[in-house]
Design a protein around this ligand. Sequence first.
Ligand SMILES: [Zn+2]
Length: 380
Amino acid sequence: MQWVGAVRFMFNLALEQRRDWFRPGRRFNYASQCREVTMLRAEVDWLKAVPVHPLQQALRDLDRAYQNWWSGRAGAPQPRQRGLNDAMRFPDPATFDFRRVSCRWGEVKLPKLGWIRFRWTRSLPGHVRNLTVTRRAEQWFISAQWEQEVAEPAPPVLPALGIDMGVRVFAALSSGVRIVPSNEGKKAGRALARAQRKLARKQRGSRNRRKAKARVARLHARVANARKDFLHKQSTIVAKSHGVVVVEDLCVRNMVRSAAGTIAEPGRKVRQKAGLNRTILDQGWFTFRTMLAYKLASRGGQLIAVDPRNTSRTCEACGHVSGESRNGLRFVCVACGHAAHADTNAARNILNRARDTRLLPVEASGCRADEAGTSVALVA
Ligand SMILES: [Zn+2]
């Protein structure tokens, strides 16, 4: 706890220096701040007690946060918070070591701490490059980043798939399958609401408040774990059985949605609620897409993003575009009478669009996918 506290302190101090002590002609960067950490450690005992590498890594993280901000990939760097950002990274493989004790247990050797037992839950097939120790909801986790040479997988001979991400249905597939969202959040919601009410009544700084806070954190972690489990399972199923998967470009979709939402939804509270739901789901969609991208890539498949404009209002059979074709969950074309589930119709349009237009590989990432168009052949 002291070590992750020191790392957090270092990050926040360096952030303050860059943010509040900036003067023309005075430059702060990773190298200058590293030199100052060395000087600071010579004078402050509790900083000297912490290995220097995790402290330097905090400065590196901050430097990256600034780079991301300046290039428009992220917002301004924010201070790290106790309880939310309790982590430290060991970047040098020479300073740590692993050994397996049994099938379930392993031990890791950390600088100044010695051998620590942990529950071994993942295989380590490659050369470990760095270690991160994290504390989440009163539990400690150790994660290793490893590197391994793999041969380029051959493109699989599997069908192509279009996916429409929605609010009612988590994902509608062009094959007709609809993935409904897991209701873990809803199940844990009541317990969470109760725990939060209890927390609100506790006196600030008291021992009971700390206990109540830990319970809230545990429940939050449970919901997050359940969601991650759901996303992993669904993305694995999809990636295993398809060669090319087409999704909508999320940035464009969001703009379309918010414009439509203001007309469609009259009540103010309704809109706020919908917005909230959407942001929660948005995170799920993005994670799902990220998981799909790497799971497909590791099997030789590919994820493609297309412009989603009008995909929910276009008839999959005749191509007629009309908002009147859409009637809640049903899609009945006003031109040709073709009827289908609205989300399945949209998923098929997304798949068709990848066939018809210039294809965009998702690895080019996010909003800028359109700038890096490369065409790919569809399997089906
Ligand atoms: Zn039609």
